[in-house]
Write a protein that binds this ligand. Structure first.
Ligand code: ZN
Length: 83
């Protein structure tokens, strides 16, 4: 089931102090820029996978274990956070 970037709000709030769903990402693949809330999210894997709504490239992955939260931002060229 596909969700939007709002599904990541709780997990991202544990990593960043800024409101992350209104932060803007820039896709490393196609340079599309938009709010994190617009990402296409699948969270039925061992973690969450968020893809660019324009090209489908993976923007970020987020995996939670009992002791750690691992955030990978390989597909993110830029993250613009509100203060
Ligand atoms: Zn893209």
């Amino acid at each position: 089931m596909e969700l939007d970037g709002n599904a990541l709000a709780g997990d991202l709030a544990e990593v960043f102090t800024a409101e992350m769903t209104s932060a803007r990402f820039t896709c490393a693949g196609c340079r599309h820029a938009d709010a994190v809330a617009t990402l296409r999210v699948w969270n039925r894997a061992p973690g969450a996978v968020a893809r660019c709504p324009n090209c489908g490239d993976v923007i970020l992955t987020l995996v939670r274990t009992p002791a750690r939260l691992v955030l990978t931002l390989t597909g993110t060229a830029r993250l613009d956070l509100p203060l």
